[in-house]
Design a protein around this ligand. Structure first.
Ligand code: FES
Length: 107
């Protein structure tokens, strides 16, 4: 199990624990977190799972692949250099403590 931290747009922080291999989007939606929608179910086709990765964690994540980079062009909230799709971030022991910030809106 890996614990991560999600900071909602209003500043409220939430810590969640999930199985390794589970995506951040799956973890957040299973917990009923409204700040992540995950409309396409995790296939990098909707951008409603957009998050801003805390700067300290950016280089610990695998590089975004072309389909993710393409979909990041379609985020409802401003795309930033630390924007990622949370369905493409899979929990792993080395990501224990990962912190992501949720955007203002997903749609
Ligand atoms: S859930 Fe659709 S792009 Fe991530």
């Amino acid at each position: 199990m890996t614990q991560i931290h999600l900071i909602q747009a209003d500043g409220q922080a939430l810590s969640l624990e999930g199985e390794d291999g589970q995506s951040v989007m799956q973890l957040a939606t299973a917990a009923g977190l409204s700040g992540i929608v995950g409309e396409c179910g995790g296939s990098a086709m909707c951008a409603t799972c957009h998050v801003y990765v805390d700067e300290a964690w950016l280089d610990k994540l695998p590089q975004a692949l072309p389909p993710e980079l393409e979909m990041l062009e379609c985020t409802a909230s401003e795309r930033r250099p630390n924007s990622r799709l949370s369905c493409q971030i899979k929990l792993a022991p080395e990501l224990a403590g990962l912190t992501v910030h949720l955007p203002e809106r997903q749609q």
